[in-house]
Design a binder for this molecule. Sequence first.
Ligand code: SAM
Ligand code: DTB
Ligand code: SF4
Length: 337
Amino acid sequence: MSVVEGELASATPGSAVPLPPDAGVGAVEALFEKPLIDLLFEAQSVHRRHFDPNSVQVSTLLSIKTGRCPEDCAYCPQSIRFDTELEVHDLMPVEEVKAAARRAKAAGATRFCMGAAYRGPKDKDLEPIIEMIGEVGRLGMESCVTLGLLKPHQARRLADAGLDYYNHNLDTSEAFYPEIIGTRTYADRLETLGHVRDAGLKVCCGGILGMGESRRDRIELLRTLASMDPQPESVPINRLVTVPGTPLADAEPFDNFEFVRTIAVARILMPRSHVRLSAGRSDFSDELQAMCFFAGANSIFYGDKLLTTDNPVPNDDEALFAKLGIEAEPGFTHTPG
Ligand code: SAM
Ligand code: DTB
Ligand code: SF4
């Protein structure tokens, strides 16, 4: 810890030591209720004890299978149940995905995430995906996939293929979840996360803000994430992207300060996790993004598209990093195999 960091940490108001992962509702509520500046100061103090505060991890996302998903997630443009005028496609050819991974590497990404609109993959779907994972590793990037619910043997197959991360979100609190998704339960999601951990994979797990949930739901989501042992290595915090045709198309815009508070509380509860400023950034001002980085967000998706919706164009992100003096986190290099 540098002298400045030491001073900052010792001057932290309230709990300089992060809350335990099983902190009670009251303790987490008290964080949310702090004056914003005190909360940000505490989150930033925790953040710089574990990370370089001027470094942000950069991931690239690609939808390798788009649309016609049988699930009914009320936020999702890819559900077959909603008319979202989506351009659908089956699993992309392996060579096309490999080429996209090479472009991501050349653009500076250190993690390549591949998403597929499945309830869960069939065993035969995993074969081409395993080839894609191999190429990402050979390029020296970390690999991540998000394929829905997994069976234990499927998680092991992905781990054996050299996959680094599996993304599977809890999305919201257990209590609010049935308002959003009817086709699979919270317990199903926790079970998949257990299989992912048991297979030795790193976990990327987070949620969405702005679906009409209460602050109590956000508290419960963060408590559930933080009480995982070990905590998820990556925590994507998405702000709902309202997509015409989905049941949440007319959801009220989510409050910017509540978004920043949620990032800060996530940082305090999960001090060693990468907290990703995920979907929704296209609607954020530079100033709001800067506040999120100050609150402890230290990962973004880079590239003009998320899975099916817009993300800021790379030029804008480069300009933002330059203005803020932020550097992309140095790459992780796999042993070529
Ligand atoms: N089908 C897989 C699954 O559900 O696990 C993988 C892909 S799914 C699209 C990945 C995540 O994207 C969801 O869990 C959700 O958190 C996020 N997401 C999807 N649509 C979104 C939207 N409109 N706004 C914000 N986040 C969204
Ligand atoms: C996550 O939490 N957010 C990403 C990633 N994991 C796969 C996906 C965001 C999707 C936003 C809506 C879309 O582009 O379709
Ligand atoms: Fe399907 Fe995933 Fe979208 Fe739900 S979030 S509808 S499971 S693609």
